[in-house]
Structure formats: structure tokens, C-alpha cells
Design a protein around this ligand. Structure first.
Ligand code: ATP
Ligand code: MG
Length: 406
């Protein structure tokens, strides 16, 4: 992509009303635009980061045997009445009336999935069901001020599974938990599995995936030595206690919830009268679970964790491009290298603008692509190579550059 042709360039200043680092940097660097509180456009750069994150999630979900589909966002009131959530989730749901019919905008999809299962599953051979989608969720969030971490409209990957037994559900539940940990690891995030309460979703415990960060809205107790972690809302320990798992010391930290998984048992199946015929011919309720990852919240989380005073520092796996190419007073050289890199399958953001080098360098730091390449009359037949995380510049041949990028 030629920067001159990119829609959504860097801004001189971040908007003053933005208090969160993620919103300041993402807006200033040209990744997002704010329509209103809690409602953002993913500009082309932000969209590419979203695509990278989704692809990591998709590969891990598919590896668990799950099927990707796409469910609607406009829901009839009737389906929400079946579980009583039209009333109990009223505060978060956007509900409205049109031509004497009542609707809700999707804030989650359990009811929609169970309605599907009711139509598509008749016997034990149709189970387990494992289906997921990437889609928008709408929630009337009272405190939409953490930038892209909390939207009134945001992207989620939600997976749902239904099983013939609670043992089968349990096995899959922890398989998905492992997949989640791998997903976060691939983007350099260290997530902890945290015991938490179910909120409006379930009375039993759920498991959240939390990334330690001062910018988080959650507070967790955790052990530094082992993986013991509890959300403060349900904690049975306090700071300084002995870790009940390994005897270490319990600490406290703010954290960002980047995922949440829920085991519902047969509660929802019973409410919606979803049944299957088991091997012995009896009619039973399937065991049901759901699993969410906040895709747009992850973009914000990455920026909160990976930035410095110059801008964003994207982990390689999710960076919008592999390299940020800058030409100084020699676009012919720049154009040639741009084509050569593209031919090698490298994703390049090429700053071909007719402006001074200072601004190009500043913008490259702000945008945060992992590798910066510079060609100028001074670089001769070599290319200046610099990683975003280092101050060291090196003059390399194209061959050497390609080797580093593979
Ligand atoms: P929170 O406690 O932060 O409000 P939640 O527990 O209500 O989140 P879930 O229903 O578990 O959220 O949704 C799954 C994931 O979607 C969350 O773990 C989070 O990463 C993301 N998410 C939830 N609400 C929002 C939001 N308003 N904006 C952006 N991402 C969100
Ligand atoms: Mg949650």
C-alpha cells in the first residue's frame, strides 16, 4: 500500500477528549475514527489488524473442530422471551419497536444458536455442535470511556457448543480454553484464566481470560508463581494471603478481560425446550456452553500493552503490514524496492509522499510496524533496516533484508 493512497493518515494531535492511551494512539496513527462514544470505524489500517487477529482466532477455532457461520444481528422479541432475557437483560440490550413488532439488536447469541439447534439437531449423532462467528455486538454500556476497550458496538468472536453429556462438554470446554491461551500467546499477550461470576449469563462460575494492565476495568487476585487467579468480585482470597494452590503469595492487579467462557449445563436447553434422542431412545436436553473473545477489545489491549512515547509497537503476528518502507529524495529507488518486496509476498506500507524525512520517521514510529526500511541517495545499493523495538540501524542488501523478514 502506498501511503499516499491510504485512507486515514496520521493526525498531528490526538483528540483532547480521549483519555485512554489506546484511543489516543489508534486515532492519531490512523487506525480508527470515533463516530460517537463507544462507536468506532476501523479505518483501513485498523481493519487489517482486525483481519490478522481474526485469522489467528479462526485457525485455532477450526482446529477444535468448530464450524464458522454468520448469524443475524436483528432479533425478534419472541426468541428472547423464551429464556426471559428480554426482561432480565433489558439494561444492556438495545430494544425497539417498528411497525408494531418488537426487536433487539444482538448483544450475544445463545438464544439464536439454541433456536438453530432446535431445528437442526434431532438425535445424538447430530451432536456435538460447535459453531462460531465473528460479528458485531450491541450493548448499552454505561461507561464507554476506555476507547476501543469498551464499545457500545464492538466485534466479538463467539463460539457455542452443545453436547450429549456434561463430560463431553467439560472436555471440549478445556480444549477451547487451551486454544484461547494459544491465541493470546500468538499476539504476545500473557493471559491468565481467572475464576469469575457469570453476570447476567449464568449463576455458576465462569472463566475469564485476563491480561494484567493498569488500564483494565477489572481487578484480579493472582499468584505470581502459579496460574491461580480469581476475579475480585468472587474472590475467596485477599492480597498477601497464601496461594491456595502452591503456597506462594497472592497479589492484586488491574486487568483487561479479553475473553470469557461459560458452561450453562442444560439450563438454556430446558428453557427453550431443545431436545435430542439419545442412544437408548430417551429424549434429553443437550449440555450447552458459550465462548467469547473481544476482537476489537484485543486491538485496544495490544496498544495499551505495546507502545512507547513515540507510538504503537505492534507484535509481528498482528501488525497491519510486515514492513514500513520509506524513500528519501529517491522515489525511483523506493518504487523499485516496493515492487521487489511485494513480489516476495511481503506486506509493505510504502511512504512515497513528497515530504521531509523527519515526518516520515515520526509517522513510522507512530504507526508501529515492526520493521522500517529506508532507501535514500545515501544508502547506495543497500537498504537501511531498523526494527521498531530497537534503535540500531543496519545497512543490508536486499537478500539480507528478505532473510530477516522470513
Ligand atoms: P465486561 O465485563 O468487560 O463488560 P462481559 O463479561 O460483559 O465484559 P462477555 O459477554 O463475556 O463480556 O463478552 C466476551 C468478550 O467480549 C469479553 O471477554 C470482552 O473481551 C469482549 N467485550 C465485552 N463487552 C465489550 C464491550 N463493550 N466492548 C468491547 N469488547 C467487549
Ligand atoms: Mg465476561
Amino acid at each position: 500500500m502506498r501511503y499516499s493512497n491510504l485512507f486515514g493518515k496520521t493526525l498531528r494531535e490526538a483528540p483532547r477528549e480521549e483519555v485512554s492511551v489506546n484511543a489516543q494512539l489508534l486515532i492519531k496513527a490512523g487506525f480508527i475514527d470515533k463516530l460517537m462514544a463507544g462507536s468506532f470505524t476501523l479505518l483501513p489500517l485498523g481493519y487489517r489488524v482486525k483481519e490478522k487477529i481474526e485469522q489467528i482466532v479462526r485457525e485455532e477455532m477450526d482446529a477444535t473442530g468448530a464450524n464458522e457461520l454468520l448469524m443475524p444481528l436483528l432479533h425478534p422479541k419472541e426468541v428472547w422471551n423464551e429464556t426471559g432475557r428480554w426482561e432480565t437483560a433489558k439494561e444492556v440490550m438495545y430494544q425497539f419497536e417498528k411497525n408494531k413488532k418488537e426487536y433487539a439488536l444482538s448483544f450475544t447469541h445463545e438464544e439464536i444458536v439454541l433456536d438453530l439447534i432446535r431445528k437442526k439437531v434431532s438425535g445424538y449423532k447430530d451432536l456435538p455442535v460447535k459453531i462460531y462467528h465473528f460479528s458485531t455486538k450491541f450493548r448499552d454500556e454505561p461507561r464507554a470511556k476506555s476507547g476501543i476497550l469498551r464499545g457500545r458496538e464492538f466485534l466479538m468472536k463467539d463460539l457455542y457448543s452443545a453436547h450429549t453429556s456434561s463430560e463431553d462438554l467439560d472436555k471440549y470446554y478445556w480444549q477451547v480454553a487451551d486454544a484461547y491461551l494459544r491465541i493470546y500467546e500468538k499476539m504476545n499477550l500473557k493471559a491468565r484464566i481467572v475464576e469469575a461470576s457469570g453476570g447476567v449469563f449464568t449463576d455458576s462460575h465462569t472463566h475469564e481470560f485476563q491480561v494484567l494492565s493498569d488500564q483494565g476495568e477489572d481487578m484480579i487476585f493472582y499468584c505470581e508463581k502459579c496460574d491461580f487467579s480469581q476475579n475480585k468480585e468472587v474472590a475467596t482470597v485477599k492480597v498477601g494471603d497464601k496461594c491456595p494452590k502452591c503456597g506462594g503469595v497472592v497479589k492484586e492487579s488491574r486487568s483487561i478481560e479479553v475473553g470469557n467462557i461459560f458452561k450453562f449445563g442444560t439450563v438454556y436447553s430446558e428453557k427453550m425446550n431443545v431436545m435430542f434422542t439419545d442412544k437408548d431412545g430417551t429424549r434429553k436436553f443437550p449440555y450447552f456452553a458459550s465462548y467469547g473473545i473481544g476482537i476489537t477489545r484485543l486491538i485496544g489491549t495490544l496498544v495499551e500493552l505495546f507502545h512507547d512515547d513515540k507510538g504503537i509497537v505492534w507484535p509481528k503476528a498482528v501488525a497491519p503490514y510486515n514492513v514500513h518502507l520509506i524513500s528519501i529524495q529517491d522515489n525511483e529507488k523506493g518504487d523499485k524496492l516496493y515492487e521487489e518486496l511485494l513480489a516476495e509476498g511481503i506486506e509493505v506500507l510504502y511512504d512515497d509522499r513528497e515530504i521531509g524525512p523527519g515526518q516520515k520517521f515520526n509517522d513510522a514510529d507512530l504507526v508501529g510496524i515492526p520493521v522500517r526500511l529506508v532507501v535514500s541517495p545515501k544508502t547506495g545499493d543497500k537498504i537501511e533496516y531498523k526494527e521498531r523495538t530497537s534503535d540500531k540501524t543496519e545497512l543490508l542488501s536486499l537478500e539480507e533484508v528478505l532473510k530477516r523478514l522470513k
